[in-house]
Ligand binder design. Structure first.
Ligand SMILES: [Zn+2]
Length: 531
């Protein structure tokens, strides 16, 4: 198949050029400049006049490994594929679908309540990879979640690892890395990652360094004040302390480090933007290979318990309800939300997993009115009645100016951090149009499209060590997006597919044609990319 007369933006950050791309089976066999002679007798020619041809987009931060083995692929993956996504980096924030002891009795805790393997036990990376390879609509490169590995050995409770459990956890991680996992992710704000002592984190980072792979961090705090530190207010901004912790681990172990989803939760955190970037720049200048990823949204998906303090989460449910603990909690949560510039009105319930369907789409403030209860009481009531199993969308993570600053930063990569929730009335819009929005932002602000494309293709492929992906070059896999810059668009705040993503090809198969998703073609196209 020949893509003829396209403007080729090849993912390397070099200027686009007019030319043609020849694809055979699952590979790009040749890239021609406009003036070069083409082979004769080509039957399948696609006229790309006026269109831009790029590599397939690589989502640098995804959780869709938990959806790869679910039956309804179309539901979970169509929105991403229609954005132009052909590959996802999965297993982030300490959560991964695989990478834990097969004989574990804690199988149900894998996913931390945010995600689930539906009772399946995949064990190490290889078991999962075998199950999903060529049975999904996108390619996946997988990190092993430290949280998942720790749950396999010890559950998600706040109890120290025995020497035996630590050995088991590290062996599972090491085995998964040898089997082709791309690195390890940490979720220091989530159970059980938040309970792990520094020595445990460093020990794993050293294993990853030995394998020359990457560590990624969901940091302990993403806001200026938080309940992760004591006292919950005051002193150095908590998100900066959390970044210091990541930087210290990176410097001490020398492991290649990715700071996940750089965000600034709550309006009062926004003045830490410049110092955060300075720390990341200085760390890189000191010789540590560090970068970050970001999305173009002002909100993010999380779990309802994410703003609760560690001491409370680590407590037995019975003790949580004692008056003294409730009072302490009320005070800490009250102070923290004030100091954050963030309130219960910024928490929107997206999924209650069937418990309170009528509340999905409502903010905690709306629910309080409905239930005629105080805000904190409503919030705690929601947690108690569902055992904390509620997914939410949190607003005021950043604003348009911050997005602009991060989007153009030399150390940023692009991602969605999104997934589709079946039972939910509200989808995360990043799943619908994050990548087209990145391209639109470049066009609106008059910044190079080449740079934007690079940060969602070639830069990401090289960061995670993917061979033969992320650039338009002879010999590479034929992961291709054809877009129409005149029609490129998305609808802010609406669950409507983007426009102008005309064709998406993955491993040489067309999965979106004239904007329409081809479910039959997509079903088995995605491969596990072993690193
Ligand atoms: Zn995260």
């Amino acid at each position: 198949m020949l893509f003829k007369n396209a403007t080729i933006i090849d993912g390397t950050n070099q200027p686009g050029f007019p030319g043609h791309v020849l694809v055979e089976n699952d590979r790009i066999v040749q890239v021609f400049r406009q003036e070069e002679a083409l082979p004769k007798d080509l039957s399948d020619v696609w006229d790309c006049s006026g269109k831009i041809l790029t590599p397939g987009f690589i989502d640098a931060h995804s959780h869709n490994d938990f959806y790869a083995a679910k039956p309804d692929h179309r539901l979970y993956f169509e929105p991403f594929v229609r954005q132009g996504v052909t590959t996802m980096v999965v297993g982030n924030c300490g959560f991964s679908a695989a990478g834990y002891a097969e004989q574990t009795r804690f199988n149900d805790e894998v996913g931390g309540g945010l995600f689930s393997n539906d009772g399946k036990n995949f064990g190490s990376f290889a078991g999962w990879a075998k199950k999903v390879d060529r049975h999904m609509p996108v390619n996946m490169v997988a990190l092993i979640g430290h949280g998942t590995a720790r749950i396999g050995a010890n559950g998600k409770a706040n109890t120290p690892l025995s020497a035996e459990a630590k050995v088991q956890m590290e062996e599972t991680i090491e085995r998964s890395l040898s089997e082709g996992a791309a690195g390890v992710s940490f979720g220091l704000m989530y159970e059980p990652g938040q309970f792990a002592p520094l020595e445990e984190l460093e020990s794993i980072a050293k294993i990853v360094k030995k394998h020359d792979k990457i560590i990624t961090f969901h940091a302990r705090a993403c806001s200026k004040v938080s309940t992760s530190y004591h006292p919950p207010v005051g002193g150095r901004a908590h998100n900066l302390r959390a970044m210091d912790e990541v930087v210290a681990i990176a410097k001490k172990t020398g492991a290649k480090t990715q700071y996940s989803h750089l965000i600034f939760v709550g309006k009062r955190s926004w003045d830490t933007l410049e110092e955060s970037l300075r720390i990341l720049e200085e760390t890189k200048a000191s010789g540590v290979d560090i970068a970050f990823d970001m999305y173009p949204m002002e909100f993010g998906a999380s779990v309802i318990t994410v703003v609760l303090p560690v001491w409370y989460l680590g407590m037995e449910p019975k003790r949580r309800k004692t008056l003294i603990n409730r009072l302490r909690l009320s005070l800490e949560v009250f102070i923290a939300t004030k100091a954050l510039g963030f309130g219960f009105g910024d928490i929107l319930v997206t999924n209650t997993f069937g418990a309170f369907k009528e509340l999905e789409g409502l903010r905690v403030t709306d629910i309080a009115k409905k239930w005629k209860m105080g805000l904190l009481k409503t919030y705690l009531e929601l947690i108690d009645r569902t055992n904390g199993r509620i997914n939410v969308m949190m607003y005021r993570y950043q604003n348009a100016d911050i997005i602009e600053r991060l989007r153009r930063h030399p150390q940023s990569l692009y991602m969605t951090d999104a997934w589709i929730e079946k039972e939910s009335g509200v989808q995360n819009f990043a799943a619908i149009y994050a990548f087209p929005k990145f391209l639109c932002l470049a066009l609106e602000h008059g910044t190079p499209l080449e740079e934007a494309v690079h940060k969602m293709t070639g830069a990401t492929a090289s960061r995670f060590g993917l061979p033969n992906r992320g650039t338009i070059a002879a010999g590479n896999f034929a992961d291709i997006v054809l877009l129409d810059p005149a029609r490129l668009g998305y609808t802010e705040g609406r669950d409507l597919p983007p426009t102008g993503i005309d064709l998406v090809m993955n491993n040489g198969k067309i999965v979106v044609r004239e904007g329409i998703f081809d479910s039959a073609a997509a079903k088995n196209v995605g491969r596990i990319l072993k690193v």
